[in-house]
Design a protein around this ligand. Structure first.
Ligand SMILES: [Zn+2]
Length: 249
């Protein structure tokens, strides 16, 4: 399931324009910001995919008949998505490796600490036609900057919405070719996990936990992995990572 956005919080964490040493690939909590100065070793361009197997730990996500848990299946999918992305030359950073449940902010911080990254959160739905897959991008967020010109943490996605749609449409197009009955274009929704992410960001939701046999979902993993990897590769030329500190596209 994709978690809807909550009421925007009052936290005003800057997401750009502030030097930081917190560029660890594991993220550093809600206060982490992307460092415009700490990434000289990386060429400016899309190199990294932050892969977020949703839920985990005490949060199993959607649960189907026969004990199917969303949190477990997305982790299995992530292994195949990661492999496909690495074959396309991307570096992959996962928000969780096992059965942990990082907070929404921790997951966003992992993405926001990278330079030249896109963010993909993986979900299994509890609804929808079995054997289909949908891509969501966040609904419009009015880009509001505070008096320092910084973008509040809870609107970090705002400057990236157009790029997220481009990326999402590409991935959805490949998914539609593979999984008949899937939409042709990405849809918009209020997705909590995307709102605080300062990078092109999409949610991929696979239907569904209501399958009789888990193997029906497992069979979809290679096609989902291929669509995400091909979508990221096709999107790569569209994303010129801004080189001016503090400026977002
Ligand atoms: Zn979910």
């Amino acid at each position: 399931m994709v978690s809807p956005s909550q009421t925007p919080s009052q936290t005003q964490q800057p997401v750009a324009g502030t030097p930081s040493t917190a560029a660890s690939s594991q993220g550093g909590g809600a206060g982490s910001v992307a460092s415009p100065f700490g990434a000289q070793a990386q060429p400016a361009g899309l190199n990294i995919v932050v892969l977020d197997p949703a839920h985990g730990g005490t949060d199993p996500g959607a649960r189907g008949t026969g004990g199917i848990r969303e949190s477990e299946i997305v982790l299995d999918f992530a292994i195949q998505v990661r492999r496909a992305l690495e074959l396309q030359g991307f570096q992959v950073v996962q928000t969780r490796q096992g059965n942990e449940n990082p907070s929404f902010d921790d997951r966003s911080a992992t993405a926001n600490a990278q330079r030249g990254a896109v963010f993909v959160t993986l979900h299994i739905s509890s609804t929808g036609m079995q054997g289909t897959a949908r891509v969501y991008v966040n609904a419009d967020l009015p880009p509001v900057a505070d008096s320092n010109g910084l973008i509040p943490w809870d609107r970090a996605q705002a400057p990236f919405l157009g790029l997220s749609k481009t990326f999402g449409d590409l991935v959805q197009g490949f998914l539609a070719q593979r999984f008949k009955g899937s939409p042709e274009a990405a849809q918009t929704a209020s997705v909590r996990q995307l709102r605080t992410t300062a990078a092109p960001a999409i949610a991929v939701e696979i239907s569904s936990v209501t399958v009789e046999d888990r193997a029906d979902l497992d069979r979809m993993a290679p096609g989902v992995a291929d669509a995400i990897a091909r979508g990221a590769a096709a999107f790569k030329p569209s994303y010129i990572v801004p080189t001016t500190p503090g400026r977002l596209p």
